[in-house]
Design a protein around this ligand. Structure first.
Ligand SMILES: Cc1ncc(COP(=O)(O)O)c(C=O)c1O
Length: 440
């Protein structure tokens, strides 16, 4: 079977070969398909399940006897389709679908030419994934303090922390709330820095008419199972509109395999990545599967609708919580900033309610609420001390992070809560706050 090969994505590009080289592993059959159906649509004890499954099994067996088989399982036409869809949706010149966003960020850091000793500024509050690659190569993580209203990095503190060694700024649209990107991009331009947007939570959100993730030199999204949409559990999209980087993305994703060049008697050649300073980098492997791409394409069709439901839920939370003195509601969407409402940011004024977020969180847990204590100050991790970072000095350099994390904020879920659950959640927060005001 022959196939036209364009870039460096295809492991078995054998030109006009007559044998099926798409994949050389075992095919999936009807029984395998049935297992996957059972996984995606599991039995929860409904008495009709067994009969319904029986019908599907019979139909799948019949289908398998007359169908072909999936032959290209990774980096094929579905991955390409997901990338075309992404380019159009995000308004980005290049898009690369990868196994997860941590991998996508590694590719972006490499193409940005980050090396040991360079400084990268990122918010003190994010997920470890944002800093894993810089930390692993000995680049220095510089934490910017946060804006108490959004828990996103504060551009004014970023400006204070730029030094001659700074190479990158990595804003994180935490919880899907857009970072104020204009001052970040201005700083980057002034100091010749690269910006990578960690829009893990920001897929589909917008800032001043541009989609989050498409504003920086690089940007991208996580499609891990807890995000607004996912690609069957894991996945990521890396965006860029940089012409030096875009054509290199397929090679950057898959070990630099280059089918546009072949060495004698060999199927391909290996090219290094050329970073923005013209230095060579070794490409990692962050290939994504066709099944992941199908998962993404399917859910992407629902993305805008999902965000709209989340936005309504956030507005409801704001309306109810806004009535209670001492609760600070989430920053609403405006004509210029459109969040994805991945998480609801609950903030309080401890002085007004007579206790801090730690006490409120306990009360919320006692009322059966899920309280997401996932995003805190990164410099508190053991790995930072082990890598020689001074936890106390970093805490002192990020006073708002300290104040907000320990006293003032937590995150709550918004989706897929039913209206009843949402109402219960809002009511429970108000009740807990009132109890605190009464010293209970
Ligand atoms: C802020 C942030 N950045 C990066 C990531 C990493 O994404 P992935 O799990 O797809 O590697 C996550 C995932 O939870 C995240 O929350």
């Amino acid at each position: 079977m022959s196939e036209k090969k364009s870039g460096g994505d295809f492991r078995y590009a054998v030109g006009e070969s007559k044998v099926p080289w798409h994949a050389v592993g075992e095919y999936y059959n009807g029984c395998d398909a049935e297992r996957m159906v059972k996984f995606l649509l599991p039995d929860t004890g409904n008495p009709d399940y067994a009969a319904a499954l029986q019908g599907v099994s019979a139909a799948l067996q019949k289908l398998a006897s007359v169908s072909g088989r999936a032959t290209k399982l990774t980096l094929g036409s579905k991955v390409a389709e997901a990338e075309e869809r992404s380019k159009a949706y995000f308004g980005s010149k290049y898009a690369c679908f990868v196994d997860n966003w941590t991998g996508g960020m590694e590719m972006a850091y490499k193409l940005s030419g980050l090396k040991a000793g360079d400084e990268v500024i990122m918010p003190a509050v994010t997920f470890i994934a944002t800093m894993a690659y810089p930390l692993s190569i000995g680049a220095k993580i510089v934490f910017a303090d946060i804006d108490p209203e959004t828990i996103n990095l504060d551009p004014a503190d970023v400006a204070r922390k730029i030094t001659p060694k700074t190479k990158m700024i990595v804003p994180v649209h935490l919880g899907g709330c857009p970072v104020d990107m204009d001052p970040i991009m201005d700083l980057a331009e002034k100091h010749g820095l690269f910006v990578m947007e960690d829009a893990a939570h920001g897929m589909g959100g917008a800032y001043k008419g541009r989609k989050l993730g498409s504003i920086g030199h690089f940007g991208g999204f996580s499609l891990h199972e807890v995000k607004n949409i996912n690609s069957l559990g894991e996945g990521g999209i890396l965006l860029s509109s940089e012409d030096f980087a875009g054509p290199q993305l397929p090679g950057a994703r898959f070990l630099g395999l280059d089918f546009t060049r072949r060495i004698k008697d060999w199927l391909y050649d290996i090219s290094p990545l050329t970073d923005r300073f013209g230095n060579f980098q070794v490409a990692p492997n962050h290939s994504a599967t066709e099944i992941q791409a199908i998962g993404l394409l399917t859910q992407m069709e629902r993305l805008d609708q999902i965000i709209a439901i989340r936005r309504k839920a956030a507005e409801y939370m704001n309306a109810v919580l806004g009535e209670e003195d001492g609760i600070l509601t989430e920053k609403p969407d405006t004509a210029e900033t459109y969040g994805t409402h991945h998480l609801y940011l609950l903030r309080i004024d401890p002085k007004k309610i007579g206790g801090d977020i730690q006490l409120l969180a306990k009360k919320l847990a006692a009322k059966g609420l899920t309280n997401i204590t996932h995003f805190g100050p990164m410099y508190r991790f053991k790995i930072m001390r082990d890598f020689g970072y001074d936890e106390n000095a970093l805490a002192a350099a990020c006073p708002k992070t300290e104040e907000m994390f320990y006293h003032c904020y937590t995150h709550l879920p918004l989706y897929p809560l039913t209206q009843e659950q949402l109402e219960y959640q809002a009511r429970a927060v108000v009740e807990a706050v009132r109890e605190m005001k009464q010293g209970k």
